[in-house]
Design a protein around this ligand. Sequence first.
Ligand SMILES: C[S@@+](CC[C@H](N)C(=O)[O-])C[C@H]1O[C@@H](n2cnc3c(N)ncnc32)[C@H](O)[C@@H]1O
Length: 290
Amino acid sequence: MVKLIELTPDEFKKLAKLIYEKTGIHLPDSKATLLGNRLRRRLRELKLDSFGAYYDLLRVEAKYEEELPHFLSAVTTNETYFFRNTNLWNFIQEKWIPEIVETRGKKPKRSVRIWSAASSSGEEAYTSGICLREKLPNFAKWNVSIVGSDISDRVLERARGGVYGEYAVARMPKPLLSKWFTKNEDSYTLKQDVQKLVSFQFHNLRDAMKPGDFDLVFLRNVLMYFDTEMKRQVLKNVSDAVAPGGYLVIGDVDPVRNDKELRAIVAMDYQGPNLYRKPLPVTVGAGEGK
Ligand SMILES: C[S@@+](CC[C@H](N)C(=O)[O-])C[C@H]1O[C@@H](n2cnc3c(N)ncnc32)[C@H](O)[C@@H]1O
């Protein structure tokens, strides 16, 4: 009979401390059994006979980089899909894009910048690209830049590939699916027309994002992994990256609105469920102040 490798309280504490230091992800003691269950198969693959040995391996910097994606997938989920949360995408297509067109659509230089923070495998970033392709008139005249970022190289690699399974596209409006994807035997490849609008990069939300000035920033389904201190840091970094007049979208599961302190860090106007807008700078009108 195969002996079950046990995760001792001490090993759990060490692993939890390490993941916190590296990523800001907080693992409460109640997650010990889950972590043990999720990592056990990885230990077998690596032919390690204890979680202590796994911890030692993670502490070697070069090994850590290689192992991080596996460790991360034991403590977070990369769950995401195209058009996640229909109301949000309705808002983007019916209000936000028309507003951008109204204010910038006649300028000789028309640009729009979006950041999908904690993008996972890219569905959110690419959904924005599809919406812009659909709704921006004279698309060729626009300079569109969408950045997707994540801490897991493995999901970023998947994002760059632009190939998705049935689950990822299941909630997409069917006409958009056939318009923007090529169907393969058991997957879908996103067309270059959308892929080329998006670039993906490694980024730890603990760090400031450069350069800022995004017209729309998504920060969805990730804050829940962090403790209060990390949430503060992340919200500050992300809010700083929003351009005046730009929007920040928070996930349904990451309520910020009812937390006074976090709400103060997101010093923006509340626009509806999990939607914030950075105020424009106050301009002094002609004749005023004289
Ligand atoms: C559930 S996915 C969210 C995907 C997408 N935003 C959505 O809502 O559909 C959470 C992602 O957060 C990433 N993540 C966790 N900690 C992070 C950190 N400190 N910095 C950047 N990304 C992080 C994970 O790798 C994972 O891909």
